[in-house]
Design a protein around this ligand. Structure first.
Ligand code: F6P
Length: 320
């Protein structure tokens, strides 16, 4: 491997810059040239590329977003787009690719791999919904941002004896919601992985808790469950408690990455380039039992992960 391409794809995540930096600097330390591809697979198809040197990744470890920009590329979902991408790699002299993103991005990487371009995937998404990895870059920062926002909401919720229904991101997964719910002492946490019963999981818990003197409430709804405003209306109608809905939205995707995101991203970027240097191709880098590991890309894409039900028990027991 003489030249590698690196891109970020899908939703940006804090820590992606640290991963790009690690890929660039590890590769350069081994005499491997790095081409930075802008705006994900779009940039590959359009030849939006630049050569990366040591200083091209200076001053980015602490910055959110991605200096390579990102996009969701519809053309790359098609066989035609993928073929064009592989041809572009050859034209640009790219011998292997490092793709930082989520499952959709890895499917693109697998397609490139099948067309003869070795690829390594690095999990970068705030959602933590990559099955092969216990951790994804951006997850910690996003959760901490959500907690900070909800702590602010708590002040006003408490002052008015209200109920705040807060929608957090996570696409179809409830990892952010579950952790954030525990960390903010939410009375109820609704996640897509577990169907909920309005009466049992929210209304009766509120009534019961009111009897113990509690007057304000926080309910966390994962976006995969959605309908925060409708839920707030319903809660108000059923309990008489003044309720407000807040959708935290894209603020969760921004901001300076936490230590955990910076360090994990650095380790993953380093590991990805080491694999390529050793001739180990078509893998997804992951965290397992706190160690950096890697899986075959096909295996990684066929894996499933589940919510830790103990976390639900923790929330139900102590957030009352
Ligand atoms: O995958 C990250 C994520 O922020 C999800 O939590 C959310 O569902 C989605 O991206 C939002 O995507 P977009 O930025 O395209 O609105």
């Amino acid at each position: 491997i003489k030249t590698i391409g690196v891109l970020t794809s899908g939703g940006d995540a804090p820590g992606m810059n640290a991963a790009v930096r690690a890929v660039v600097r590890t590769a350069l330390s081994k005499g491997i040239k790095v081409i930075g591809i802008q705006r994900g697979y779009n940039g590959l198809l359009n030849g939006e590329v630049r050569e990366m040197d040591l200083r091209s990744v200076s001053e980015i470890i602490h910055r959110g977003g991605t200096v390579l920009y990102t996009a969701r590329c519809l053309e790359f979902v098609t066989a035609e787009g993928q073929k064009k991408g592989a041809e572009k790699c050859k034209e640009l002299g790219i011998d292997a690719m490092v793709v930082i993103g989520g499952d959709g991005s890895f499917k693109g990487a697998r397609a490139l791999a099948n067309l003869g371009i070795p690829c390594i995937g690095i999990p970068g998404t705030i959602d933590n919904d990559i099955a092969c990895s216990e951790y994804t870059i951006g997850y910690d920062t996003a959760m901490n941002t959500a907690v900070e926002m909800i702590d602010k909401l708590r002040d006003t919720t408490q002052s008015h004896d209200r109920c705040s229904v807060v929608e957090v991101m996570g696409r179809n997964a409830g990892y952010i919601a579950l952790n954030v719910g525990i960390a903010t002492g939410a009375l109820a946490i609704l996640i897509p992985e577990r169907p909920y019963d309005l009466d049992h999981d929210i209304i009766s818990r509120m009534n019961q808790t009111q009897k113990t003197g509690k007057k304000h409430f926080i309910v966390i709804v994962a976006e995969g469950v959605g309908h925060a405003q409708e839920l707030a209306n319903e809660i108000q109608a059923r309990t008489g408690i003044d309720s407000r809905a807040t959708v935290l939205g894209h603020v969760q995707r921004g901001g300076s990455p936490t230590l955990r995101d910076r360090v994990t991203a650095s380790q993953m970027g380093y590991h990805a380039v080491n694999l390529l240097e050793k001739g180990i191709y078509n893998r997804v880098v992951a965290v397992s039992a706190d160690k950096i590991v890697d899986y075959d890309i096909n295996v990684a894409l066929s894996m499933h992960k589940t919510i830790d039900t103990m976390m639900l028990d923790v929330a139900n027991t102590i957030s009352i």
